[in-house]
Design a protein around this ligand. Structure first.
Ligand code: AHM
Ligand code: MG
Length: 358
């Protein structure tokens, strides 16, 4: 047996390879996936490339936000009645520009724009994908250097769609119809995580070469974790079943690893990403003031639900699977319970008044 065949030296070779930066790039990974479909035109790969390019531009701008005049609000409120941050507006523009330039997308729905934005007509050669996105989620955190994210959801324009210029009705598809979904977390590292329904893969941006590199292949989330993430400040306006669940999480019981730990950044992408890797549940429930919760179904809950399920987790509104909800409006809200499957199931049981069910 030659030395290079020994397990020890092959481990060392692996270490050297990674020291040398022998990582697969996002672009290589996308092309490899594309090769598995012999009739692929490459349009979807180009669409993902456009999204990753916009993410790199947003990342670049945000890393300088304290130095140039892009902190703070624009003085406008968006369609949700929320104060729009300058970075919200900038990120929205970067994504729209990249998708328009790329030519593979025919319709955009963005948190930062009241109406869906058609990019072209449906005549031959035009884009066949619909992209719904929150260009910068958690943006009130930017001014204080806390991590934020982009969330995106991709659908195909229905084959039988007849209007010459696509409108919102083309996008009102349940989450089960998504062809891909992903997020970018701009944190201590910048990571892009996405799924096309064939597992979840995570790529870390190497800023020195400007490439996303495959760092978290085939991500799986634990069935059970120790973390719960919720804005407990609203405790008194939560449903009684939810309050019971929160109380249960805080009881002491060594066997079920309680009390659980609370972690809430107030930046959904970051809270979700941490819980995905470590195991946990993120909840944004209905409250008395917001009976439908806060998060948006089409570009926040659906894409994250697709990723959660692909990683072995679960996502519901407490009663119904998120991916099966039929959207009626672009900016529709939904309560959300998402993360480790056992924890989400238990939250549902408490909400439904049957805590002993799990
Ligand atoms: P945004 O899309 O306007 O940024 O709002 C969504 C954000 C989430 O990132 C976060 O989890 C949540 O709002 C925090 O809301 P709250 O301050 O009510 O806890
Ligand atoms: Mg958001």
């Amino acid at each position: 047996m030659s030395t290079s065949d020994s397990p020890v030296s092959s481990q060392r070779d692996g270490a050297i390879d990674s020291e040398l930066g022998d990582f697969e790039t996002l672009e290589q990974f996308i092309l490899e996936q594309q090769d598995r479909f012999p009739h692929s035109t490459g349009a979807f790969s180009r669409l993902l490339r456009d999204i990753s390019l916009a993410a790199k531009i947003v990342n670049r701008d945000m890393r300088k936000a304290g130095l140039i005049d892009i902190y703070g609000s624009t003085g406008e409120t968006n369609v949700q009645g929320e104060v729009q941050q300058k970075m919200d507006a900038l990120a929205h523009r970067e994504f729209v520009l990249a998708l328009r330039r790329g030519g593979e997308c025919c319709l955009i729905g963005s948190e930062e724009h009241a109406e869906a934005i058609p990019l072209s007509t449906t005549s031959e050669g035009d884009g066949e994908y619909i992209v719904l996105l929150d260009p910068l989620d958690g943006s009130s955190n930017i001014d204080v250097c806390v991590s934020v994210g982009t969330i995106f959801s991709i659908y195909r324009l229905p084959d039988d769609y007849e209007k010459e210029e696509p409108e919102l009705d083309a996008a009102l598809q349940p989450g089960t119809e998504q062809v891909a979904a992903g997020y970018v977390v701009y944190g201590s590292s910048t990571m892009l995580v996405y799924t096309t329904g064939n597992g979840v893969n995570g790529f870390t941006l190497d800023p020195s070469i400007g490439e996303f590199l495959l760092s978290h292949p085939n991500l799986k989330t634990p069935d059970r974790g120790r973390i719960f993430s919720i804005n407990a400040g609203y405790y008194n306006s939560f449903d009684g079943g939810l309050r019971d669940y929160l109380d249960w999480l805080q009881e002491t019981d060594a066997e079920s690893n309680r009390p659980a730990k609370t972690r809430y950044i107030g930046s959904f992408v970051s809270d979700f990403h941490r819980n995905l890797i470590k195991g946990g549940i993120y909840m944004y429930p209905a409250t008395q003031g917001s009976p439908s919760g806060k998060l948006r179904l089409m570009y926040e809950a659906n894409p994250m639900a697709f990723i959660a399920e692909e990683a072995g987790g679960r996502a519901t509104d407490g009663y119904t699977r998120i991916l099966e909800k039929q959207p009626e409006k672009l900016h529709q809200r939904t309560p959300l319970y998402i993360g480790s499957a056992d924890m989400v199931r238990r939250a549902e049981a408490f909400l439904q008044g049957e805590p002993e069910r799990v």
